[in-house]
Design a protein around this ligand. Structure first.
Ligand SMILES: [Zn+2]
Ligand SMILES: [Zn+2]
Length: 496
């Protein structure tokens, strides 16, 4: 092939494919030709392409890539060719252009009738995944990626833990036995590729640094795109479509563009309910806190709704804070829920998975407890002398939960079958404490969270249950399931 380069160069010059925008090396020409063949703009052949063919291929590429259509291998065209992208050919978008429009170009996609599944429920299998990503997060991301498509079409998906599955997802390095043209090329370039129905395979380049938390190559976006191919979708010429060939970062807005929705509905129709559920990209920034069950019936619910959160408290402005793992959510009195926020960004030096959190009713300071230590913040600022070894002052290690108790004007810490009244200033246990939990009639031992509602009632949480402690009657008066019964916690009403 290398011997062809000088003649290729000559041919380009003779036939007017302008290379005059500065020096274009033989290597660049070679790269361009390989690119145009790989992505279907030029026929793969050992024979020499004519200059006319090349110029025409470059024009088609420029048109599909939203560059100015000159047929010249100018800098922006060459730059576009080296952008990270999907390894699937673009060609099929062009077939229609040629056959239906007498050479006139029109933005429309070509969909072959035979390239679809003839059933509505498909199974998938995750064959392997990068060692540095947790299996749990990868499975969540894959589930979410399939769900993007099932939310807007009649398709449904489930994971098959064993063979056979309709769609298999796998990571490979370099050549992996599906043709030299499909060999992966190291970081950048082709990131992944997939096959149209009913082959059911999507492959991802192991050499990329994949990520599910915003650093590196966003695996979720690429998963969603490649799954689109396995369902029969070719590349879209719409720049903002998920099915456009070039790699995009996770958009805060809807992951699927209208063009993607139309394309999948063209093949499989709308969901039986007639309701489209479009999920915004910002929900997929952190997979450790993403809970798929919540998306299926009711749009978006925060993940704390489906499991036990670490701690919960109200600040003095009556914003509810819910803590879980590395994140926290804020719920306004009106029920508006924030996306998951990073704990360490808001409160520097605070560890993840805190055990108890409470806002003082006196001055609005945040107290956090974990292990034997405690942290005190004024707004986001860690106070001097913190974190402290509070267990040295007699506070229990690994407390269950903490409360600001208005009648005493003190913090109360619960641990097992005891409770401790704590002086805020000195963070020492008040005289005659700890005492037995029997004083809190009806409150279970080892509750995981507690807070005082702005209406004065004290809510204890343990597992999926809650108990309301009435301060006047000094006993538990009500109990139930918090996610279902308490609308102010943000799990009851659908939030989209
Ligand atoms: Zn693609
Ligand atoms: Zn492959």
């Amino acid at each position: 092939m290398e011997a062809d380069i000088p003649s290729l160069f000559l041919l380009l010059v003779i036939t007017g494919l302008c290379l005059c925008n500065g020096y274009i090396s033989e290597e660049t020409l070679q790269t361009a030709q390989v690119f145009l063949e790989k992505y279907g703009y030029l026929e793969e052949t050992t024979k020499q392409h004519s200059g006319k063919q090349l110029a025409s291929a470059v024009r088609e590429f420029q048109w599909l890539s939203h560059l100015s259509v000159s047929g010249e291998l100018d800098t922006s065209t060459v730059q576009q060719m080296i952008q990270p992208r999907c390894g699937v050919k673009d060609i099929e978008s062009l077939k229609l252009v040629k056959s239906h429009h007498h050479g006139r170009q029109r933005k429309k996609r070509y969909i072959s009738k035979s390239k679809k599944w003839y059933k509505q429920h498909l199974t998938y299998q995750i064959v392997n995944w990068p060692w540095y990503l947790s299996q749990h997060q990868v499975r969540q991301a894959v589930k979410a990626a399939f769900q993007l498509w099932s939310n807007v079409s009649s398709l449904t998906f489930s994971e098959a833990l064993r063979d056979p599955a309709d769609i298999r997802l796998a990571f490979f390095d370099g050549d992996h036995n599906d043709g030299a043209g499909n060999a992966f090329d190291g970081p950048g370039g082709a990131l992944a590729h997939a096959f149209f129905p009913r082959r059911g395979e999507a492959h991802f380049d192991s050499a990329e640094h994949w990520s599910l938390n915003g650093k590196g190559r966003n695996l979720f976006v690429v998963l969603a795109h490649e799954i689109g191919h396995t369902l029969g979708l070719p590349h879209s010429s719409f720049k903002n479509a998920l099915m456009s060939p070039y790699y995009k970062k996770l958009n805060k807005d809807y992951v699927l563009n209208f063009d993607d929705v139309l394309a999948i509905q063209n093949l499989y129709g709308a969901p039986p309910s007639g309701n489209l559920v479009q999920l915004p990209g910002k929900q997929f920034a952190f997979f450790q806190d993403w809970s798929p069950e919540s998306h299926e019936d009711s749009g978006m619910k925060p993940s704390y709704c489906h499991s036990i959160f670490d701690a919960i408290t109200w600040d003095l402005k009556k914003t509810l804070y819910i803590f879980k793992g590395r994140h926290f959510w804020m719920v306004s009195l009106g029920g508006k829920i924030s996306p998951p926020q990073s704990l360490q960004k808001r409160w520097k030096k605070l560890p993840s998975y805190i055990e108890a959190a409470v806002v003082s009713g006196l001055d609005g300071k945040f107290y956090f407890f974990k292990g034997g230590r405690c942290w005190r913040y004024k707004d986001s600022i860690l106070e001097e002398g913190f974190p402290q070894k509070c267990s040295m002052n007699g506070l229990p290690r690994r407390p269950d939960t903490a409360l600001y108790f208005q009648p005493l004007g003190h913090l109360v810490i619960f641990k097992g079958s005891k409770y401790y009244v704590v002086n805020e200033e000195s963070l020492t246990v008040e005289p005659y404490y700890p005492r037995s939990l029997h004083d809190w009639k009806g409150v279970p031992a080892n509750s995981h969270s507690v807070l005082t509602h702005p209406d004065g009632a004290i809510y204890f949480f343990k597992g999926h249950q809650y108990w309301i402690f009435d301060q006047k009657k000094l006993k538990v008066t009500t109990s139930g399931k918090w996610a279902e019964d308490l609308s102010w916690i943000g799990c009851k009403n659908d939030v989209t």
